[in-house]
Design a protein around this ligand. Structure first.
Ligand code: HEC
Length: 361
């Protein structure tokens, strides 16, 4: 694009030369130049401004204040200003992009999260394929394609592509910028407290009974919504592979999960990846990975241990009535999109949520 623009500007000076030598000292010529400027300016802004500058120069010449040589010289010099402007504009934009590239640099997930250990899942229990497909669809519907495309463009485009882009990098194209790279992200730094008390760390199995009259679909809806809110697909960023991810925003809840006819007391993340043994993160806030990194942990209570065994054997939800709350453990398994970052295989257990619920009064 730059080469074509320069060529057109040279042609423009040539035309001025021909017109001047032809002695055409009329007002029609500037009109022709303006026409030129408009036609080519659509694609080549420097040509547009060059042609605009030629109009007053031409008028000065028409009045006889310039020789033909002077006219050609001024016409050539008039090209410097728009090109100077557009080159400095391109360099400025490039600098900003470099800053964004540093801010949204590629990082490896290898250093942040270990590959899930092989689960002890009974191979006789197949994955619930339709449930997995449904989750994958929901994750896909919640991803941020535009931001991903901007992150991709930020890292793939060179200065040369930029200068050669239509419009010489000016206007029309949507560029990666601080705002386009933050588009559709609706998270704040607000810390959300657990609505009620955390489950006891010393629940004993004798305190637990199998609840009656339970409508599992409501709990399934609760758990699916929680997983989606927590993993936050909009913040996945641009994932080339596990070793190359740009713009990832850590998982975390944005609102307390809701469930029909019950109120949530707490939701605790059971971590299987970041610690040698399964742990429960102890926090009075709804789980957020950026804050849980420093949170204390405890070993699982007997409900969580029982539940973990069950979900390792293929169950998705495990539920028991305790003395103070209804306890629900929901499996967090890897679907297609998680594998790209987490490694391992589709179906691997990445963690679980341990919910404590109260009947609504
Ligand atoms: C873009 C990369 C990326 C994607 C995609 C991703 N994760 Fe993660 N996940 C991480 C990282 C990194 C961590 C470790 C915490 C951190 O550094 O923020 C993590 C942590 C977790 C944890 C907590 C583990 C522990 O032991 O504390 C769970 C659970 C989890 N991810 C589930 C999922 C699920 C489910 C999906 C898919 C729906 C998913 N993740 C997709 C990068 C990703």
């Amino acid at each position: 694009m730059l080469i074509i623009a320069v060529f057109l500007s040279i042609l423009l000076v040539g035309l001025v030369d021909v017109a001047a030598k032809g002695g055409a000292q009329s007002i029609h010529r500037p009109c022709l130049l303006l026409f030129w400027a408009l036609v080519f300016g659509i694609l080549f802004p420097p040509v547009f401004f060059h042609a605009l500058l030629l109009i007053p120069i031409w008028l000065v010449w028409v009045r006889g204040h310039l020789s033909v040589r002077g006219l050609i010289l001024c016409s050539s010099v008039a090209a410097i200003a728009p090109y100077g402007f557009f080159v400095s504009f391109a360099v400025g934009k490039h600098k900003k992009k470099e800053e964004l590239r540093t801010q949204y640099a590629f990082e490896s997930m290898e250093n942040r999260v270990p590959v899930p250990q092989k689960t002890k899942r009974d191979p006789a229990i197949p994955l619930d394929e339709s449930f997995f497909k449904q989750i994958e669809q929901q994750v896909a519907d919640n991803t941020n394609g535009f931001r991903t495309a901007m992150l991709d463009r930020l890292h793939s485009e060179t200065v040369r592509d930029f200068i050669n882009s239509p419009g010489f990098g000016a206007g029309r194209r949507i560029d990666p910028s601080a705002s386009t790279l933050a588009i559709n992200l609706n998270r704040t730094d607000e810390v959300l407290p657990q609505p009620g008390p955390l489950p006891s760390s010393t629940l004993s199995t004798t305190d637990l009974t199998e609840p009656q009259d339970i409508w599992m679909d409501d709990f399934r809806t609760l758990h699916t919504a929680s997983m989606l809110d927590f993993v936050y697909p909009r913040g996945f960023g641009f994932v080339v592979n596990r070793n190359k991810v740009a713009g990832f925003l850590s998982h975390g809840f944005s609102e307390p999960p809701q469930v029909k006819n019950r109120s949530l007391q707490s939701v605790v993340l059971i971590g299987l990846l970041m610690h040698a043994e399964p742990i429960a993160y102890v926090s009075n806030e709804l789980p957020r990975m950026d804050r849980l990194a420093k949170a204390p942990t405890r070993s699982l209570n007997s409900f969580e241990e029982l539940g973990l065994d069950e979900i390792r054997n293929g169950r998705d939800l495990f539920i028991r009535q305790g003395p103070h709350a209804l306890h629900l453990l929901g499996a967090i398994r890897s679907v297609e999109q998680c594998v790209k970052c987490h490694g391992g295989e589709r179906g691997d257990l990445l963690g679980a949520f341990s919910y404590s619920l109260q009947k609504k009064q």
